[in-house]
Design a protein around this ligand. Structure first.
Ligand code: GCW
Length: 824
């Protein structure tokens, strides 16, 4: 509920000083005077904390900081309960013991909070009551959020209880300082095989986590280095724990199941061997001596080359339990990952199906895990693809604790170079009804923990992209309350991050709410999954990369049809892993939603969808739609010039313009590939026809030589030109109408150098740039394909357009094509 106060927020001038994004949604920018005055009147000017716990002290400090920032008031700190108005913080126990006059009888569970305005003999208090010290801190953040959002604080009576008790993030950080699937710079925890000396970023991050109610953080890659358990490293983990503790965030680590052997020197890591269980016990006891509030372990076993219980013919339950038992007396848990599959699967066996793996591996073990084991299950049965059904394993473990694992880092979602707001997708998963035993059982009611793969880095704005922060924010908010709507979350984040200007808010929220569909449209619609290089960087387009290899992420497109038959009737039987009601949704083409049709069925390209379109036409259209929508985002963003601080305005604009170019690379690659494979033309005549496009290989080349590109669809005409000399040029004579034109230059920018490009029209020099972007490839391919648009050139027939490329290092100043389009 937004109050009257909001109106005042809308009138508040945006503060437009340059922002780096480092403060994320916790900026606490000054409110305008009238508005600040309103809150100064509504909020007491002193603060008192009942308890001694460090987390409660943090809560007080945060309130002082936030109120000082927004309201230009430094709250008076009172050592004991003042007789006049105050904000009073404490746990419900502390209130009962130390401030009985408030008569707090309400029961609050761990982490819950209650914000309550109360009057005692005419004196006004705002109480922040927590079920525990963390709850107090979460309450403090909630109060500050209300002020920042313009919500009423006059008559507070707001009790919030988190949906699940365990809300953790996993950071896939390596001890050498790199981050697996991290796109925001290097690790804030580790550097050169040690914990960093300077923990200030960790502390800032912990604050962000606490502001969302996240209460645990696993600080190393699940592809775990056994050394993390070495006697040297444990004190360093303890130092990280000390930094997280004031924010109520527990530290956890990912462990390698082979550690008893590789690190401990035993000759086995068999979970049923007594020496192995003794080793785990002594290791766990050592950890708790150093870190009494240690959260626990994350374990990836028997997956993607990690060792596991299969070495000894043991089960996942044996493996999980041997590690869980010594954790138990200390209150620790183990998250055992459900992401177990065979990546050497025979692709010629039509019954093989990676999607089946998690369920097949775990459902028989239901009830066999100790009660401090939590099976951590990815949202979908494959691997964080652009669209997947819900993992059927959620419905198969009713006697075992379950966590849902969501990926905040955008591995298959454009890796911080593309704007994709993931909350709507997560929300669909959490709301999906598994219909277990014919009862309504949405995933959010099944899971007892929510885990997000976060992977923030040292980049000033944490993710390498301002917009990606919204995914961490949204993850935390949903983990706390899965009933929040994506719109509410997007609105909150946008207002907190970019201010209250309604035009800014509307533009950003609209982009965010449509961005998942947009990304899906130009990457992998209809349940095809992200058509990226799945054996490489998971970034650029490579339609066939997932086929004919053991990784099992097949879409099975051939000249006749496309899609993976996972039906019970004729396919792999995957659909049979769901309850009868969910099965019914997917098993027949009549019922199966279009969005997942190719995940569940193999159909001819001419199959008509519920929408009435054929599959092939849908593929073509969605790719054009997706690319056009991103172009629209960039235009809409430009309309915010002057409404967003200059630095973030420019950085987001550059990101959206880049994304618009990449969306075209995807559009053309996917559409050309399916056109070649199916032989069916686009009914709208666009695929394969690009008015104004001139292939670089057909230009007059000086020094440049044509090269085939792999995969072929990554370059227009399957060919680029590259320069093997100090300097090369490609020229063409313009033959079109006279007038204002935009000139697009499609070139390649990889990691091995910084090539330069210069452009002339006749003798007039019109543009130059360097290929210095940070893109995940060392090759001429779809990931390096980049776009430069030179706007508004007045061209006349007969003009020579000439592009000069100057290679650098191993980068060859390669060109794909140019396009000349009217700017009218
Ligand atoms: O999505 C895949 C990633 C791997 C990751 C693995 C996992 C940590 O490509 O980088 O390894 O999933 O979740 O274990």
């Amino acid at each position: 509920m937004r109050s009257v106060v909001l109106v005042a927020v809308l009138l508040t001038a945006t503060s437009l000083h340059a922002e780096t994004g480092r403060d994320a949604w916790l900026r606490y920018t000054e409110l305008d005077e009238a508005f600040a005055q309103h809150y100064r009147d509504a909020l007491p000017s002193s603060i008192a904390v009942l308890g001694q716990d460090v987390v409660e002290q943090t809560a007080r400090q945060e309130l002082i900081r936030g109120i000082r920032g927004m309201l230009r008031r430094t709250l008076r700190t009172e050592q004991r309960l003042p007789a006049d108005a105050a904000i009073v913080l404490g746990t419900s126990d502390e209130f009962r013991r130390l401030a009985p006059q408030f008569a707090i009888t309400l029961g609050l569970t761990a982490d819950a909070y209650w914000l309550k305005t109360t009057d005692i003999k005419g004196t006004r208090y705002i109480l922040i009551v927590g079920g525990n010290p963390q709850g107090v801190l979460y309450g403090a953040f909630a109060l500050l959020r209300k002020v920042a959002l313009g919500d009423a604080v006059n008559e507070l009576d707001d009790k919030q209880t988190p949906a699940v008790p365990i809300r953790w993030v996993n950071e896939w950080n390596n001890l050498n300082g790199t981050i697996e699937r991290g796109y925001g710079g290097s690790s804030m925890f580790w550097e050169n095989e040690h914990a960093r000396e300077d923990m200030s970023r960790v502390s800032e991050y912990a604050r962000m986590l606490a502001s969302l109610g996240i209460n645990g953080c696993s600080i190393n890659n699940v592809n775990a280095d056994p050394r993390v358990l070495s006697p040297d490293l444990i004190p360093q983990v303890a130092r990280i724990a000390d930094t997280l503790r004031p924010w109520g965030v527990k530290v956890a680590i990912a462990v390698d199941f082979g550690s008893p052997k590789t690190l401990g020197g035993l000759d086995t890591f068999d979970p049923l061997d007594p020496s192995v269980s003794a080793w785990w016990k002594s290791k766990v006891d050592d950890i708790y001596r150093a870190i009494p509030d240690f959260g626990g372990f994350v374990l990836k076993a028997d997956s993607e080359g990690r060792v596991g219980p299969s070495t000894y013919g043991r089960t996942h339950a044996d493996a999980a339990n041997v590690v869980a038992r010594p954790l138990k007396p200390h209150g620790g848990v183990i998250f055992y990952r459900g992401f177990v599959y065979d990546h050497h699967m025979d692709w010629e066996n039509l019954k093989n199906d990676r999607a089946r793996a998690a369920y097949d591996n775990f459902h028989d073990l239901n009830g066999k895990f100790d009660d401090n084991v939590i099976i951590q299950i990815k949202n979908g049965p494959i691997d964080f693809q652009v669209r997947e059904p819900v993992s059927p394993l959620f419905g198969a473990l009713d006697k075992t604790r379950e966590a849902i694992e969501l990926q905040i880092t955008q591995e298959y979602f454009g890796q911080a170079r593309h704007l994709v707001f993931l909350v709507p997708m997560w929300k669909e998963t959490l709301d999906f009804d598994m219909h277990i035993r014919d009862r309504s059982t949405p995933v959010k009611k099944i899971v007892g923990a929510v885990v997000g793969v976060s992977n923030v880095g040292m980049d000033e704005n944490w993710y390498g992209n301002h917009m990606s922060q919204a995914n961490l924010y949204g993850f935390g908010r949903l983990a706390w309350n899965a009933d929040l709507s994506p719109r509410q979350i997007a609105e909150e984040w946008t207002r907190l991050t970019f201010g209250a200007d309604p035009v800014v808010a509307k533009t950003i929220v609209d982009m965010q709410l449509t961005s998942w569909r947009t990304f899906e449209n130009y990457t992998g619609p209809l349940g095809l999954q992200t058509l990226t290089d799945i054996v490489g960087n998971h970034y650029g387009v490579a339609v066939e990369a997932s086929e004919r290899n053991g990784w099992g992420q097949w879409h099975k497109a051939d000249s006749k049809g496309v899609g993976f038959d996972r039906t019970v009737a004729t396919g792999t039987g995957f659909i049979g892993q769901y309850s009868p009601a969910a099965m019914k949704l997917y098993e027949t083409l009549e019922n199966c939603p279009d969005d997942l049709v190719l995940f569940m069925h193999h159909v001819p390209y001419t199959h008509k969808l519920h929408s009435g379109k054929t599959v092939i036409q849908y593929i073509y259209d969605s790719h054009y739609d997706g690319a056009e929508t991103v172009e629209r985002y960039a235009k809409e963003w430009k309309a915010l010039n002057g409404r967003v601080d200059e630095r973030r305005y420019q950085e987001v604009l550059a990101q959206l313009e880049y994304q618009a170019g990449q969306a075209i690379v995807w559009r053309d690659a996917v559409n050309n590939w399916f056109f070649k494979e199916s032989g069916i033309a686009d009914s709208k005549g666009r695929v394969g026809h690009h008015p104004g496009r001139i292939e670089a290989e057909s230009m007059r080349l000086t020094g440049y030589t044509p090269m085939p590109v792999t995969p072929w669809e990554a370059a227009s005409g399957a060919t680029a030109v590259e320069c093997g000399e100090a300097k090369c040029a490609a020229a063409v004579t313009y033959v079109g109408d006279a007038g204002r034109h935009n000139l697009v230059v499609q070139y390649f920018d990889h990691q091995d150098g910084v090539s330069r490009f210069r452009v002339w029209v006749g003798s007039q020099f019109v543009d130059e740039w360097t290929a210095a972007d940070r893109l995940p490839t060392r090759k001429v391919d779809s990931s390096s394909s980049s776009r430069r648009t030179i706007r508004g050139l007045e061209l006349r027939g007969g003009d020579e357009i000439r592009i000069e490329g100057i290679p650098d290092g191993r980068e060859t100043a390669a060109l794909d094509y140019i396009e000349i389009v009217s700017a009218q």
